[in-house]
Design a protein. Structure first.
Ligand code: CAA
Length: 284
């Protein structure tokens, strides 16, 4: 299998654009793809402003920033991914949409290409079944915001080959990340532990144990987390938190993973967090 030189990223949102940015600044040729051209424009704008922050702090030279932007190409046409060595998908967290994308990519990309998913909770093994290359399907779960967070959680599907696992480990290291490796079970490592904590914070709020501010301050100053769990839930998106709790609940079958009714109600009310201006807190 070939060394990775060209990285395709599908999805121009916060995760996809962040992944494309790191790959370009680490010297890879990158194609960022989104079927919606305005989403691509927003993604490019995020990349440019994030890169500018690194330049203004002296963490990236202007020449390296310019090189990174030159190495980054955008497209709305999946066929432009035909020459990529790995495609990392970061589209909407829907099993149906990801399966559809993987089955399309499988027909378009070269035989040796690796298909990676940035999914936070969907089974890599099930995504792999929609392709003719299950040995070349793997999870590469970046944390938000990808340019800042140092971790990549690599998820091995039931059929992921040792060779593909080794290539993806090397890639993640070349992207400057520390890796952890998880088998393909609900929530993998990070969300298996993080989401029940966030859900419990909602239960504490729901049952009137404390105010949202005290719950968050408790965890920030009491356990040195950069954000409290409710603030973090708003940052991740309450809809994403709820969908991961549902995956844990249905996949592990234990009532301890039952989503808190208050989390469900916020999502029903469209209070999805920072991205829509209101969640547990109100923004701007
Ligand atoms: N690009 C470049 N720089 C960025 C950036 C970006 N996208 N986002 C933040 N920064 C930089 C800022 O410029 C700032 O730099 P200086 O300190 O040098 O000035 C620094 O990061 C801190 O940013 P801010 O001052 O804006 O805000 P902050 O201090 O609150 O930090 C944060 C922001 C880095 C997001 C921090 O709050 C944090 O680490 N929060 C927790 C994030 C977390 O837990 N993420 C994982 C979520 S779980 C997940 O992603 C998995 C899943 O599947 C759900």
């Amino acid at each position: 299998m070939e060394e990775i030189k060209r990285v395709g990223v599908v999805g121009g949102g916060q995760m996809g654009s962040g992944i494309a940015q790191i790959a370009a600044t680490c010297g890879f040729d990158v194609i960022l793809l989104d079927s919606d051209s305005s989403a691509l424009q927003r993604g490019l704008h995020n990349i440019q402003s994030s890169i500018n922050r690194f330049v203004s702090k002296g963490q990236l030279s202007q020449a390296m920033a310019d090189d990174a932007i030159m190495r980054l190409k955008c497209s709305t046409d999946l066929r432009d991914l035909h020459s990529a060595d790995i495609i990392i998908e970061a589209i909407v967290e829907s099993e149906g949409s990801k399966k559809e994308l993987f089955s399309q990519l499988d027909r378009i990309v070269k035989d040796s290409a690796i298909l990676a998913s940035n999914t936070s909770s969907i089974s890599i093994t099930r995504l792999a079944t929609t392709t003719r290359r299950p040995r070349q399907v793997i999870g590469m779960h970046f944390m938000n915001p990808p340019p800042i967070m140092k971790l990549v959680e690599i998820v091995r599907g039931a059929d992921t080959s040792d060779e593909v696992f080794a290539i993806v480990k090397t890639l993640a290291k070349r992207l400057g990340k520390t890796i952890i490796c998880s088998l393909d079970f609900p929530g993998f490592i990070v969300n298996r532990i993080l989401m029940p904590m966030i859900n419990e914070a909602f239960f504490a709020l729901y049952t009137g144990v404390a105010t949202k501010e005290d719950i968050d301050t408790g965890m920030k100053l009491g356990t040195n987390h950069p954000m409290g769990p409710l603030e973090l839930a708003d940052f991740i998106g309450l809809d994403v938190c709820l969908s991961i709790m549902k995956v844990l609940h249905s996949g592990l079958g234990d009532s301890k993973y039952l989503p808190c009714p208050l989390l469900v109600q916020y999502v029903d009310a469209g209070r999805l967090g920072k991205k829509c201006g209101v969640g547990v807190y109100s923004y701007g």
